[in-house]
Design a protein around this ligand. Structure first.
Ligand code: GLC
Length: 605
C-alpha cells in the first residue's frame, strides 16, 4: 500500500518523540524543529526519487538479491573527477557493478583531509572533483543504468575549517557548544584515563590544544577532525538535515562513518554507548519518513558482539547494512595460518544471526586491516593476542621466512605491539613475488569466498585487475605518514586495457571474476536470505559451506593452503558450476588455493 510522508510520520511519531525527548531532556522546541526539518526535506525531494522510494517500499528485499555487486573507489584515483566517473560508467557495467561506493568527495582542506574524512562543508563537493550538480547528474545517470550510489556521511566530526569550527575557534559560544571545548586539561585528562586511541602513532591523544584561542578541543581521530557533541540537539538536527540533503541529491545508501563513536561519556571508552543506538534508530526513522528508499550502511569496525546490535531489531531497525569486518580479517588470518577453523567458527556465528541482518562482504577496503580476531577462542591452541598479531604482520609484510606477501604496517605502536596492516589484495596474495600462478589462485579463491558469503559483495577498485601496491605515496609530503595510501593508488587504466587478454594476469583475474559473478547472479541460492551453514571438510586447511534456497543447494569448498588436497566429496552427483560437469567421485581434488562450487537441484538431492 502506498503511504505518503505524513502517514509515515504519523506511523513513527510516538516512537520518534519518545526517543528524542528521552535523549534531549524533553526539549520540545528542538523536537518540533526536527519534525519541521523532516517535512522541509521531503518537500525538496524530487519526483524521480519519490517514485523510487515508493517502488522500494513495495520491494523491501531489493538489497538482498544475488544480483547485487558492489565496488568502492576514489573518484580522483579512478577517473579524475565526477564527470570522469560518469564517462566510465560503461566500464563499471562491464564489471557487473550495480552498487557503487564513492569515497568521500565533499569539501575538505588539502593536507588536513584524512582522505576526505574531514569535511569542511557537507553541501559542496571538492572543487577538483566537480560540483554538487555533477554529483547529482552522476546519480541520475547511475539510476538510469541501474547502479545504486553510496556516499559517506562523516558524522562523528567536522574539519576544523567547517564554518561551525571557525566560529567556535573565534569564541562564539553557540558554535562551541557543538563541539567539546575546555579551558584546561582537567576533564580531557580524565577522558584519557578510559578512552583508547584510534591512531596511536599518526595522531596520538584524544584532545588538541588550540593555541590561538587557548582552548582544548576533543579530537579522537586527527587533530583537525573535531568531534561533534551529539548531546546538543542542534547538532543532531543539523547533521540529520545534512544527511537528508545528500539523500536528496540521489544517494541510495549513506555510510554512517565511525558511528560507534558519536556519543561521549566521561568514565567510559566512548564507544557503542546506548545513546548511539538511540541516535541511529532516529536516523533510520528520519530516512524512513523522508526517503524510505535510502539505506544506511553502518561503519562499525568493532568486536563481533558489538557489531550486530547496530542492525537494531526487526521491529525497530537501525542500520540496513553493516561491514562484515570480522569475517574479513579472519579470512586474512586464515591465509596466513592456512588453518580454517576460526573462519568456520566465525561462519557459525554469522550464520546464526537473523536473516534480516545484511552484511557488506569484502576483502579489502580503503582502510587498514585491524586484527580484531576471537583471541579467547584462539587461546585454546596456545595462540596469544600480541604474539599472533606479530606473526600476522610479519607474514603479510614478507618478513616471515618463506612469506610471499607484500604489505606494510599501519599505526605500529611498539609499546602496544598491535600494528595494523595495509596492502592490496593482489600484493597480499603474493602477486609481486615470483610464483604468480600461486598468487593468482589465492586471489581468485578469496574472491570466490567473498562471493559465497551472504550479503553484498563489494570489490575494491583495482582488485578486478589484480592491481598491486602503489609505493609512490612514500614521496608525497601529504601522504607519506599514512600507509593506507599504499592501497589507494591511481587506477591503472593501462593495465585494465589487458582485461580481455587471457594471456595476462589482468585478463585472467578479470575474466575469472566475471565468470564467478555471473554464476552468482544466475542462482538464487546466493541470495542474502538463503539458509547457510558451515560443514566439516575433514581437513583444517579447507573451509566448507553449504547454502540452500528453494530447490537449490550449493556446497562450496575452499583450500586455504599452498598444497593440493583430497577431501571426501560432500555432495556427490552435484554439478561443478565452474567447469559445468557433474562430479560423482567419492573424493574430490582441490588444487592449491583451489575452490569448488557444487550445485544440486532438488530432484538430484
Ligand atoms: C573511518 C574511515 C577512515 C577515517 C576515519 C575518520 O574509520 O573509514 O578512513 O580515517 O573514519 O573519519
Amino acid at each position: 500500500m502506498k503511504k505518503n510522508m505524513e502517514a509515515r510520520l504519523q506511523e513513527c511519531y510516538d516512537e520518534l518523540k519518545w526517543l528524542y525527548c528521552e535523549l534531549y531532556h524533553n526539549d520540545l522546541n528542538a523536537f518540533e524543529y526536527f519534525v519541521e526539518m523532516l517535512r522541509r526535506s521531503y518537500e525538496e525531494r524530487k519526483p524521480a526519487l519519490r517514485k523510487q522510494d515508493e517502488a522500494r517500499l513495495e520491494t523491501p528485499g531489493w538489497l538482498r538479491s544475488n544480483k547485487m555487486l558492489g565496488m568502492m573507489l576514489y573518484v580522483d584515483a579512478f577517473a579524475g573527477n565526477l564527470k570522469g566517473v560518469e564517462e566510465k560508467l560503461p566500464y563499471l557495467q562491464e564489471c557487473g557493478v550495480n552498487y557503487l561506493h564513492l569515497m568521500p568527495l565533499l569539501k575538505t582542506v588539502k593536507g588536513k583531509s584524512d582522505g576526505g574524512y574531514a569535511v569542511a562543508d557537507f553541501r559542496s563537493v571538492q572543487p577538483e572533483l566537480g560540483t554538487m550538480e555533477d554529483l547529482e547528474h552522476l546519480a541520475d545517470a547511475c539510476r538510469e543504468a541501474g547502479i545504486s550510489l553510496c556516499l559517506d556521511f562523516v558524522m562523528n566530526h567536522t574539519s576544523d575549517e567547517h564554518e561551525w569550527a571557525k566560529a567556535a575557534r573565534a569564541g562564539n559560544p553557540i558554535a562551541r557548544s557543538r563541539y567539546f571545548f575546555y579551558d584546561n586539561w582537567d576533564i580531557p585528562n580524565q577522558y584519557e584515563q578510559t578512552v583508547p586511541q584510534v591512531f596511536p602513532t599518526t595522531a596520538p591523544g584524544n584532545f588538541t590544544w588550540l593555541d590561538d584561542c587557548r582552548q582544548v578541543v576533543m579530537t579522537f581521530f586527527y587533530p583537525y577532525q573535531w568531534d561533534l557533541n551529539y548531546a546538543n540537539p542542534m547538532v543532531f538536527n543539523d547533521m540529520t538535515e545534512n544527511l537528508l540533503f545528500l539523500a536528496n541529491r540521489g544517494m541510495d545508501v549513506l555510510r554512517l562513518d565511525a558511528i560507534p563513536y558519536i556519543w561521549k561519556q566521561l568514565g567510559t571508552d566512548c564507544r557503542n554507548r546506548p545513546q548511539v543506538h538511540t541516535l541511529s534508530r532516529m536516523l533510520k526513522l528520519a530516512c524512513y519518513i523522508v526517503c524510505p528508499g535510502v539505506a544506511l550502511l553502518g561503519e562499525v569496525v568493532m568486536e563481533p558482539e558489538k557489531v550486530a546490535p547496530y542492525f537494531g531489531t526487526p521491529e525497530k531497525p537501525e542500520c540496513d547494512i553493516l561491514y562484515n569486518v570480522t569475517t574479513m580479517c579472519t579470512t586474512w588470518h586464515t591465509v596466513a595460518t592456512r588453518d580454517a577453523r576460526l573462519l568456520r567458527r566465525q561462519m557459525e556465528q554469522v550464520c546464526s544471526l537473523p536473516k534480516d541482518c545484511l552484511f557488506q562482504n569484502y576483502l579489502r577496503c580503503h582502510d587498514d586491516i585491524g586484527w580484531g580476531l576471537d583471541y579467547p577462542w584462539l587461546s585454546q591452541f596456545g595462540i596469544g593476542e600480541t604474539s599472533h598479531k606479530k606473526y600476522l604482520n610479519d607474514w603479510f609484510t614478507g618478513r616471515w621466512p618463506g612469506s610471499w606477501s607484500r604489505g606494510e604496517l599501519y599505526n605500529d605502536d611498539p609499546r602496544l605491539g598491535d600494528a595494523r596492516l595495509c596492502g592490496t589484495t593482489a600484493s597480499l596474495c603474493g602477486l609481486e613475488d615470483w610464483d604468480q600462478l600461486q598468487a593468482l589462485s589465492c586471489d581468485l579463491m578469496l574472491h570466490a569466498w567473498v562471493l559465497t558469503q551472504s550479503g553484498i559483495p563489494v570489490l575494491y577498485s583495482g582488485d578486478e585487475i589484480g592491481q598491486l601496491n602503489d609505493y609512490s605515496y612514500h614521496d608525497d609530503p601529504d601522504k607519506w605518514d599514512d600507509s593506507r595510501y599504499l592501497h589507494r593508488g591511481a587506477f591503472r587504466w593501462d593495465l585494465a586495457e589487458l582485461r580481455d587478454d587471457p594471456e595476462t594476469i589482468q585478463g585472467q583475474i578479470f575474466q575469472s571474476l566475471r565468470q564467478m559473478e555471473e554464476i552468482r547472479a544466475a542462482h538464487p541460492v546466493f541470495r542474502a536470505d538463503a539458509n547457510v551453514w558451515p560443514l566439516d571438510a575433514g581437513d583444517n586447511n579447507v573451509l566448507a559451506l553449504r547454502r540452500q534456497y528453494g530447490p537449490e543447494t550449493l556446497t562450496a569448498l575452499f583450500n586455504f593452503s599452498e598444497y593440493p588436497k583430497l577431501v571426501t566429496n560432500p555432495a556427490p552427483g552435484a554439478a561443478d558450476l565452474l567447469i559445468g560437469e557433474t562430479i560423482s567421485d567419492r573424493t574430490l581434488e582441490l588444487p592449491r588455493y583451489g575452490f569448488r562450487w557444487l550445485l544440486q537441484e532438488e530432484q538430484d538431492v
